[in-house]
Write a protein that binds this ligand. Structure first.
Ligand code: SF4
Length: 282
């Protein structure tokens, strides 16, 4: 529950607010762009919702916030269909971001070859029921050690396989499939795992249908610079290794779907040019 007594005074006046327990994970700003902004090193409402869709954006922020910092003075209940949120055909943002993953986004993919969970949200009944309705989860794809959250509980409930790289595998001792080395592994005809050591030694990017790239904390979109970005201040293993990993990342993709930071959609050729520019700048 958000604490009104701890309302950040930097919020715009009005019903919706964010309290000072915000850890600045940026997740709320991704689901409520233009409404929730960064001010003084934390997220706040830059203005109050003015439309029904903006009210939904605020509710999404409230549902996903890992510190339950997003609140509404007059209370109320969110609509029941805000998460999972379809953000690309068959690809859903789970919401319910976990504090143990510092508020990282996770994704659910519905597909005939078997549904996927990429990293993990908090374990909540609402999502379990939604995943059950969509046919369950065949594979849990973990991008790295930081974002495993409640993956064990989802894997257990759905009898799913769990993928992680050997260098981060101690964070998920229940994993069933261990990735090794730096060569890509084909999980099935549509899905591959590409090790990208850098953020952590065992970081992995997952490519689906040569279109969707799930990047964990390796790569994100910077909406201010309108470019791809990597997190030098949050690079736990090796920045130079991360640069080498991104330099050899010759995979086509149109959708960038990160754990932290912003997602983005561009033509594959434009993504390729942005990636080359980023590697050059690193
Ligand atoms: S999701 Fe919560 S903790 Fe993360 S930036 Fe938004 S308000 Fe802060």
């Amino acid at each position: 529950m958000s604490k009104e007594a701890e309302r950040n005074p930097a919020n715009a006046a009005g019903d919706w607010y964010i309290d000072t327990n915000c850890i600045d994970c940026a997740a709320a700003r991704e689901v409520a762009p233009g409404l929730i902004i960064r001010r003084g090193g934390k997220s706040v409402f830059g203005r109050q919702p003015a439309t029904r869709e903006e009210e939904h954006m605020a509710w999404r922020a409230a549902l996903l916030c890992p510190t339950a910092s997003v609140g509404r003075t007059r209370g109320g209940k969110p609509p029941s269909d805000l998460f999972p949120q379809e953000i690309a055909p068959g690809v859903f943002r789970c919401g319910y971001n976990a504090l143990s993953s510092f508020g990282a986004h996770s994704y659910f993919v519905a597909r005939k070859e078997g549904n996927l969970l990429v990293d993990s949200p908090r374990y909540v009944n609402h999502l379990v029921e939604a995943f059950e309705k969509a046919g369950g989860i065949a594979d849990v794809l973990l991008t790295h050690r930081d974002d495993v959250a409640d993956a064990d509980r989802y894997a257990n409930h759905f009898s799913a396989r769990v993928w992680i790289h050997e260098y981060d595998a101690d964070a998920a001792p229940y994993a069933t499939n261990i990735l090794k080395g730096t060569a890509a592994t084909e999980i099935d005809a549509e899905l591959s795992a590409v090790p990208v050591p850098g953020h952590t030694k065992g970081s992995v990017i997952y490519l689906l249908s040569r279109t969707y790239l799930f990047t964990g904390d390796t790569l994100a979109w910077d909406p201010e610079r309108k470019s791809l970005t990597a997190f030098r201040q949050a690079c736990w293993y090796s920045w130079s290794e991360l640069k080498r990993s991104l330099a050899r990342l010759e995979v086509p993709f149109e959708w960038l779907l990160p754990g932290h930071g912003h997602s983005h959609h561009l033509h594959a050729q434009d993504m390729r040019e942005h990636l080359r520019a980023l590697v050059g700048a690193m």
